[in-house]
Design a protein around this ligand. Sequence first.
Ligand code: G3P
Length: 219
Amino acid sequence: MKFFADTADTAAIRELAEAGLIDGVTTNPSLIHKAGRDFIEVTKEICALVDGPVSAEVVALDHPTMMREAETLRKIADNVCIKVPLTIDGLKTCRALTGDGTMVNVTLCFSANQALLAAKAGATFVSPFLGRHDDNGWDGLDLIRDIRLIYDNYDFATEILAASIRHSVHVLECARIGADVMTAPPAVIKGLANHVLTDKGIEGFVADWAKTGQTIPLD
Ligand code: G3P
């Protein structure tokens, strides 16, 4: 499963990229607002930090204006992936953009039927929002399972990008189900390294090593 960082915080992206932990980045208008940076400028910086896809979202609601915004965004870098909402206008934009080789992430997916439409429109990625699904009383993991089943039934090439990930159990279950990608806040990705027994083990080794009185010679 590929890992994308769901953030526009360039320092956090740099840290994860240097550790080899991320394959791409997703942003959205709320994350751009949180970063407090110019959209085009920060997207350009992010695109230089990672080799993989960087989702940048259009904000227009009608197809012609979405196309014009996408035109601006895709000039930022070769690894820009245009993010469009799961609406008929968004799907029209998806079809037009993927038809000429641009990556498209169809976002705000909350049902398996919507994901079916995204695949039919040729989306590179579809983003089911797991956490927001859970928040509203449905089971987000069931949604990912249904989409996986449907895409496999018909060999759709669209990748399932599990979004709105809130915690490590979401990550684990998405990997079990076979989501192609998951995007999560940097803290969730870094948190996957945590284990109480790892901390306890380090503590024990450090204490025992001190008792040997030895040091490892440094070059
Ligand atoms: O990038 C879209 C998605 O991951 C948003 O997550 O936590 O705002 O529901 P959240």
